[in-house]
Design a protein around this ligand. Structure first.
Ligand SMILES: NC(=O)c1ccc[n+]([C@@H]2O[C@H](COP(=O)([O-])OP(=O)(O)OC[C@H]3O[C@@H](n4cnc5c(N)ncnc54)[C@H](O)[C@@H]3O)[C@@H](O)[C@H]2O)c1
Length: 354
């Protein structure tokens, strides 16, 4: 499966050029955008035409990945007399692109859609690979489908308005990409201070390409694509538990904690790598400590591993009642479908979190 990705960087390869003018001339565009873009600046080819195109605004955040919000957007598409000749342009972070891709793919059996990710998380991960979906019964991404956008347009100007939390969130997925697939990239980024201006931008394109390359090998998530879930089994379980407890825990931070746990597990399976994986975890701790009020360290320390195990048992990667997860053989090399027991999960938890 080939995904069209276009970067705003002029000296980089534009892998495809969207027929924006044709779409605009024929009035074929509809925009679904994060609510913040009612007032915040928008970048890219749509900017001069922004006011002319029918728009629906939805607040960014996990609560919007719901069936209620899906129905609201379907109704708006109906009210705008949308047909399969229209293109839905989706502008926002990972929650809005996951949601919008699902809405577009299901409305009238599928409208073409374009993703314009506005967070680092979206640029390097959520808007690449064609996984669209919503949450259900407090569990993440339980309802969804695989459908590639017509185009993902990545404009890194959007990064400038992201706060420290959102920079850290996206950075965690970038770290993950390097750990599972590119040891040289890990060495390059390990000491980056992500809060310095322009620190992150150079790494967006390499990270997006890692995701694209992995997805191209395994679009339907049967083999190597599962490695992109490194740290995510625990991350999704923590997000479920945080929601139950009324604790705000963002996806990227949960992935950070998930990777720290997974590094501990991987190190126990590969003792010769345990020291270097421990050092990786120390770096992740450092980035998470940069957002002390949002990293939920105290909440995590008070948890018992059995509190999150029920959610791990619900993970989409499991088969026949066996929990299957991703481990690192070493930095830059991951393996999928490794079985995990509650005893092992608990013993690693005690080592890394208590
Ligand atoms: N489909 C996939 O393959 C995939 C991969 C990774 C993550 N995800 C999903 O992505 C979601 C997380 O994405 P996210 O972290 O982007 O969350 P998000 O969409 O909630 O955005 C985070 C916050 O940033 C704000 N925001 C968006 N753009 C901004 C900008 N340019 N400047 C300032 N603020 C901005 C949003 O309003 C929101 O408050 C999760 O639901 C996760 O499951 C999906």
């Amino acid at each position: 499966m080939h995904q069209n990705i276009q970067f705003n960087l002029p000296d980089q390869i534009a892998e495809s050029v969207a027929p924006w003018n044709e779409w605009l001339e024929t009035g074929r565009l509809r925009i679904l955008a994060d609510d913040r873009f009612r007032t915040a600046p928008v970048f890219g080819p749509l900017l001069p035409f922004w006011d002319q195109i029918p728009k629906c605004f939805i607040p960014g955040g996990e609560a919007s990945k719901s069936l209620d919000v899906v129905q609201k957007i379907w109704s708006w598409l109906d009210a705008e007399a949308t047909d399969r000749g229209h293109v839905l342009v989706i502008v926002g972070g990972g929650t809005i692109t996951d949601l919008g891709g699902f809405v577009a793919s299901t409305y009238k059996r599928g409208l073409p859609f374009v993703l314009i990710p506005t967070t680092i998380m979206g640029m390097i991960d959520a808007a690449i690979g064609g996984k669209n979906g919503i949450n259900y019964a407090h569990f993440k991404n339980q309802i969804g489908l695989f459908q590639l956008p017509a185009l993902t347009y990545i404009d890194d100007h959007f990064i400038s308005s992201l706060d420290a939390l959102e920079r850290t969130n996206g950075w965690m997925e970038l770290v993950k990409h390097s750990l599972i697939a590119d040891a040289a990239l890990w060495n390059d980024i390990a000491d980056i201070d992500i809060h310095l201006p322009d620190a992150i931008e150079p790494w967006i394109q390499p990270a997006a390409r890692i995701k694209k390359t992995i997805v191209a090998q395994d679009f339907l998530d049967q083999s190597v694509r599962k490695t992109l879930n490194y740290g995510h089994t625990l991350a999704h379980a923590l997000e479920w538990k945080a929601q139950e407890d009324g604790i705000p825990l963002s996806h990227g931070v949960a992935v950070g904690w998930g990777m720290i746990w997974s590094n501990g597990w991987s190190g126990s399976l590969q003792p010769t790598e345990s020291r270097s994986l421990f050092q990786v975890s120390q770096k992740i701790h450092g980035w998470l400590d940069g957002i002390p009020e949002n990293n939920q360290r105290d909440w995590l320390s008070a948890l018992n591993p059995r509190d999150v195990w029920p959610a791990i048992l619900r993970d989409k990667k499991n088969r026949n009642g066996v929990v299957l997860d991703v481990v690192l053989d070493r930095v830059g090399n991951a393996r999928w479908d490794h079985p995990l027991t509650l005893d092992k999960f608990s013993s690693i938890w005690k080592q890394v979190f208590q």
